[in-house]
Design a protein around this ligand. Structure first.
Ligand SMILES: Nc1ncnc2c1ncn2[C@@H]1O[C@H](COP(=O)(O)OP(=O)(O)OP(=O)(O)O)[C@@H](O)[C@H]1O
Ligand SMILES: [Mg+2]
Length: 407
């Protein structure tokens, strides 16, 4: 079965090709034998025959020739890529091809795919390109803003969205890459408020969270016209959903290494992954309302987070829909300050008509009414918090938290 395999040398580029097509084999040999720096190994056979045994140790690139229209070949490819992990990169050459096949190949995170007939130069280019790409571009580290509810309906989603849009537009050289993540998997509203199709399907990632990489993430992102990236799952109101914490942690890791800013819209329920999100945050906002129970819950939540996270980020309370009327019977600023003490950072004005119109049209508040009071107040708050040094830094979340992903 093994043909033309020469000794592996560190300085050479080792290309392993699997094919059962004599013509393709001929063409590959002619193409790669021209380069003295290429150590070519051609394995004759099909993916189902060799998925468990194909030796790619030390290979720079693996080229797999198959028919993406055949379920057995795709299944074998799936088990092969699961076995080898992210390196070496895999280039698939396929006989037949359609949109479903493309989606499946992207989800398997193969590095590239080409459709036969493949011009030799195209194959060389594809191999050179994927060999050069580092395993992952984990150079960025996002500033993470997390919004937590003290009570239901306080305005977490509204404020998370507006903050994400402010951060997006805070870049000095064009928009800063910003991702809004709706962690209310059961009944999220971010996608609806922005009029987007939610594309996150956690059950697709569930079997092997470590497979979630930039390419797969890209498939699961929705983009707002402003350029804001949104991670949100479709609502399934009648389903009891609980997600593997590894999926959530992996997702957080990816977004925090690929965007400048990440904003989390958190659910009220405390999940097993909640601590990780809070610990990885640079700014933690509890959103409440100016009612006695609202302030009480906010105070309890501040105390609970302080106790759980110790030296982690200090939670700050935002009182939303805050009205300061002279003769109103509602709570006044001094009442709020008295209950919340130093954790109270901002009162966001009440403007129901404005928020409702923005939600109904799926647009930012500023598009409905430029310079409105809500956005202005939020901008002030974000600017004042930006000088707070990040508590945790320079590492992806999993490393920061020493969390290990299930392999
Ligand atoms: N500053 C505001 N002024 C007036 N109305 C507001 C304001 N912020 C939010 N609202 C309104 O409050 C309601 C709840 O807002 P939102 O959905 O953002 O809250 P939430 O905390 O995410 O709710 P849930 O608990 O359902 O997730 C919406 O109808 C929204 O229009
Ligand atoms: Mg919400």
């Amino acid at each position: 079965m093994l043909m033309g395999r020469s000794k592996q040398t560190a300085s050479k580029t080792r290309v392993v090709v699997l094919t059962a097509d004599a013509d393709f084999e001929e063409s590959v040999k002619a193409t790669f034998s021209a380069g003295a720096q290429i150590d070519l190994t051609v394995v004759t056979g099909t993916m189902p025959e060799v998925a468990e045994t194909l030796d790619v140790e030390g290979a720079t690139v693996v080229v797999i020739d198959l028919d993406a229209g055949r379920a057995d070949e795709m299944q074998a490819l799936q088990s092969f890529v699961s076995r080898i992990g992210t390196r070496p990169p895999v280039v698939v050459v396929t006989q037949t091809f359609d949109a479903d096949a493309a989606r499946t190949l992207i989800q398997m995170r193969v590095a590239d795919f080409l459709v036969k007939p493949v011009p030799p130069l195209e194959l060389v280019r594809a191999c050179a390109r994927v060999a050069k790409t580092p395993a992952s571009d984990e150079s960025k580290e996002a500033k993470i803003y997390t919004f937590l509810p003290a009570v239901g309906g306080a305005g977490v989603t509204t404020l998370a969205i507006q903050t994400a849009l402010l951060l997006l537009n805070s870049g000095t050289k064009g928009p800063a890459s910003t991702c809004l993540v709706d962690l209310n998997f059961q009944q999220g509203a971010c996608a609806d408020y922005l009029d987007l199709e939610p594309r996150l399907n956690p059950s697709e990632i569930e079997p092997s969270p470590e497979r979630l990489d930039r390419q797969l993430l890209e498939v699961m992102l929705s983009y707002h016209a402003s350029g804001l990236a949104v991670v949100a799952a479709p609502n399934r109101p009648a389903e009891m959903r609980s997600f593997n914490p590894d999926v959530v942690t992996r997702l957080l890791d990816l977004v925090s290494t690929h965007f400048d800013y990440v904003v989390f819209d958190m659910p009220r329920t405390w999940f097993s992954w909640t601590d990780s999100v809070l610990l990885g945050s640079n700014n933690l906002f509890i959103v409440s309302e100016a009612t006695v129970p609202g302030l009480r819950h906010a105070k309890q939540l501040v105390a609970a987070i302080d106790e759980r996270l110790g030296d982690g980020p200090q939670p700050k309370v935002i009182v939303n829909r805050f009205e300061q009327k002279m003769f109103s019977s509602g709570l006044r600023r001094c009442d709020v300050e008295q209950v919340l003490g130093a954790s109270f950072v901002s009162g966001i004005p009440n403007d129901y008509a404005l928020v409702r119109e923005a939600i109904d049209r799926g647009v930012p508040l500023d598009s409905v009414k430029p310079g409105n009071k809500i956005t202005t107040q939020l901008k002030k708050l974000i600017a004042s918090q930006a000088i707070t040094p990040a508590v945790s830094s320079a590492m992806p979340l999993t490393k920061k938290l020493k969390l290990s992903l299930a392999r």
